[in-house]
Design a protein around this ligand. Sequence first.
Ligand SMILES: Nc1ncnc2c1ncn2[C@@H]1O[C@H](COP(=O)(O)OP(=O)(O)OP(=O)(O)O)[C@@H](O)[C@H]1O
Length: 200
Amino acid sequence: MLEAKSLIFRYQPATPLLEGINLTIHPGEIVGLPGASGCGKSTFGRLLAGYLSPQGGKVLYENSPLPNSGYCPVQMVFQHPEASMNPRWKIKKILTEGNQDYTAQLQQFGIHSSWLERYPHELSGGELQRIALTRVMTNNTRYLIADEITASLDPNTQALIWQNLIPWIKTNQIGLLAISHDENLLARISDRLVHTFATQ
Ligand SMILES: Nc1ncnc2c1ncn2[C@@H]1O[C@H](COP(=O)(O)OP(=O)(O)OP(=O)(O)O)[C@@H](O)[C@H]1O
């Protein structure tokens, strides 16, 4: 299980953003998190993935805090994948950093071998997002925070991504938190929706 327990977070001392947020995600479960712009969805995702530390409450993975070193079992993919890639590395190096075998994902996502020899800025947004997802679709990832991962993509690429990601989630019993302002999308892909941020 991945659990958020009574999470409290604020960027500025006088401006509370998250106050006492609770959520449990089980293996193999797709949880949809909608909410208005600026309500704190991405911040919550960053707390769950260990990018930020809460001022109160805790994040527990299998009843323990997230590891401080090594590969984090909770991975996060963003709307703009280039932000999480070294611009000086070719795609091949970005993918093989963790020594994983990505052959299956390369085929499923229609990733051309020529892309591997390019730098991130030499791929389109949809191509790069498929690389970003391929990178985290490994046995070491147990939970995935998907923050508006198809928001800027054309419908065909959106469909390609979800049609490959969801079976991987289910087969490997990964827990997925899908963050989006698009409630129709979330209703289609999620096992359940949480309205934690609906009134904020
Ligand atoms: N590093 C930061 N420093 C200060 N304030 C921040 C920082 N990051 C985000 N915020 C503020 O925190 C609030 C929540 O931001 P967050 O990105 O979590 O919202 P969101 O619900 O994901 O929004 P969106 O749907 O527009 O992406 C916003 O008001 C934002 O301006």
